[in-house]
Design a protein around this ligand. Structure first.
Ligand code: ZN
Length: 178
């Protein structure tokens, strides 16, 4: 599904919206389009280019209910910035795994608070032990991420279209080396 990056009036990334929402905002004259996707969207009566980056023309209030960040592999790596939480080195996705801080066999749960990003080496070294038993310290206590638009955009960034990059570049730390 094609998504549109929505910037606020001062060109900062605000959120990512689906194409239907993008078209609605456009029809309401609330936005200007800065970039389009190459591909056309064919409607029943009209064909149009899908906006890839849009900027709000005035401040718009969005639904403020916080949404939970989905508990998934990619989101855990994003939370931990692709960094092993034991040796504090950065790795590529394929060289990372999860560590259950308190091992499942010892009653540990599959929750944000009990899962940390680890490299294979540290994960093997720690094995089925707790950090204290393995004499390995977590650099940071794992926490459940609170929803915020920037985090949501960061989570999607690995698959972000090229046309977004100029707009995201100045505002957040990117990790797009693969
Ligand atoms: Zn490590």
């Amino acid at each position: 599904m094609e998504m549109t990056l929505l910037l606020n009036t001062t060109y900062e990334p605000l959120r990512v919206v689906n194409w239907k929402k993008a078209i609605t905002l456009l029809c309401q004259d609330k936005v200007e389009v800065l970039e389009f996707y190459e591909r056309d969207i064919r409607g029943v009566t009209i064909t149009f280019k899908l906006p890839s980056v849009m900027r709000l023309l005035k401040v718009v209030k969005f639904r403020s209910t916080p949404r939970a960040v989905k508990f998934s592999r990619i989101n855990i790596f994003t939370r931990d910035k692709y960094t092993c939480q034991y040796c504090w080195k950065k790795f590529r996705t394929e060289d990372l795994t999860f560590d259950h801080v308190v091992p499942i066999a010892r009653g540990g749960k599959k929750t944000w608070e009990n899962i940390a990003t680890a490299c294979w080496r540290c994960n093997n070294k720690k094995s089925g032990r707790t950090p204290a038993e393995a004499h390995m310290r977590l650099k940071k206590k794992p926490e459940k991420p609170r929803w915020n638009p920037t985090l949501t955009i960061m989570i999607g960034i690995r698959h972000a279209p090229n046309s977004w990059r100029d707009y995201l570049y100045w505002h957040m730390e990117l990790d797009m080396d693969d």
